[in-house]
Structures are given as structure tokens and as C-alpha cells.
Design a binder for this molecule. Sequence first.
Ligand SMILES: C[S@@+](CC[C@H](N)C(=O)[O-])C[C@H]1O[C@@H](n2cnc3c(N)ncnc32)[C@H](O)[C@@H]1O
Length: 256
Amino acid sequence: MRHILIIGIGAGNPEHITVQAINALNRADVLFIPTKGANKAELAEVRREICARYVTRGDSRTVEFAVPIRRTEGRSYGESVDEWHAGIAATYEDLLQHELREGQSGAFLVWGDPMLYDSTIRIVERVRARGRVAIDFEVVPGITSLQALCASHRIPLNLVGKPVEITTGRRLAESFPAKSETAVVMLDGEQAFQEIDDPDAEIYWGAYLGTPDEIVISGRLADVKEDILNARAQARARMGWIMDIYLLRKGADFDE
Ligand SMILES: C[S@@+](CC[C@H](N)C(=O)[O-])C[C@H]1O[C@@H](n2cnc3c(N)ncnc32)[C@H](O)[C@@H]1O
């Protein structure tokens, strides 16, 4: 049996890492670092920095691997993700068979927390179900980009006693403001907030949270929409990539 540690490493600041995560990193014989092409080089760099800073045992090693690209052409969203996950599962299987020996432990360093818009857990489950390599696994939680966003804006996530919806740009129109007073939007390549036309909506936006390039903007959506679009476009052009998240809110504590 090989043991897999799925470790949340926080959302960009190497100081997000928990003591539990540091201890887990030091239990791993092999640390797997995904590389996603040049524009995500910074994300691999944060993982390398975390290993360099916190791994104190001298006998472990890091193995970098390329994550397969998701193909979308001629496929539904579901088909495209399923095919992509199958490809990543095959990559993991290969890594586990060839880079880890029986009885050893390997760690996957997951951005933020593994339970939030991340498929490492489901892909490791796939590998286990395929049965070609015997594994068990554990999950170590991390600081999410959602927590980093609320901390940088110094806001609570929810209104008093009210629910919160976490969604993607693709599905925002279904939720806010009709269904949720607070919606958090991740994975939004289209800046779906542009389509929200509500004079009372407020936005708390953040990009590259936890990194030296962090940008945050907040205010009444109608007032700051253009500022966010401009800041986002400029940052993306400067950096070559962007990761952003935002919270939309309507109403106040104690509103009925
Ligand atoms: C695949 S999801 C991974 C989420 C991650 N597991 C977490 O716990 O935050 C990637 C999305 O998370 C958000 N994100 C992650 N890190 C971020 C950061 N440092 N700044 C802003 N948004 C971030 C963005 O919405 C991005 O599109």
C-alpha cells in the first residue's frame, strides 16, 4: 500500500500553511508539484518555496509533473471535465507506480483547500477505484482563497444568520441577487458581475490574494465595476495570467 497525503497549502501566501500541513509535508517521501505551463509558473514557484521553507527532513524528494490540458472542442462541459480527470488520473497512477515504493508516502500540494473547487480528492478516488495501484489517502485542510478574500477586505462571509452561495461565473446569473444575498464567485473568466444590474449590490473583489501582487477593490457594484474591469485587464496583461475571486452582497445584518 502507498499512502497519499492531499495537503491544502493555502491560496498564495506561504504563511497560510498550517502546522498540520507542515507535519504532513515532512511525512512525505515524495512531494509532487504540478506545473501548468509558463503562465502558471508562479503557482509552481509558491509550492517550491513552501517545500524549501518547511520540509526539514533531508531524505525526501520533489517530483514535478505536467498536468494534462482540458480539451473543450466538440464536448459538453461534463464530457470535457470527465475526460480531463481521466487523463490526470492516468498521470497520477503513473507517478504513484514509478516514483513511490510500496509502503512510502507521497504528497500532493493542493492550492487553497482540497475541498473547494479542486478535484484532487476525486481524482485520487478514481485512481483507487481503478485498482492498478493500492493506495489509501488522507486530507489536510488549507486556507482557501475565499478566506483570504474576506480577510483582506476585513469582512465576515455571511450576514447574521443568513446563507451563502459559492458559485462560478458561468452560473452566477441563477443565484444573485434573486436567490442569495451573499454569493461568492470563483473561476470566472467572463467577469459575470458585469451583467448584474442591481443598484444595491456591493462587490468585494480580490486578485492574486496573499501574494505580493495582491489587488483588492470594493464598493457599490455600479460605482466600481469599471475600476475592477480596468484593474483586472491591466494586471492580466502585465502578469500574463490572473486568479481572482469576488463576493457580491445585497442587504445588511438583521434585515428580514
Ligand atoms: C481551481 S479553483 C481552486 C480553489 C482553491 N482550492 C481554494 O481553496 O481557494 C481556482 C480559483 O480559486 C480562486 N483563487 C485561488 N487562489 C486565489 C488567489 N490567490 N487570489 C484570488 N483568487 C484565487 C480563483 O477564483 C480561481 O479561479
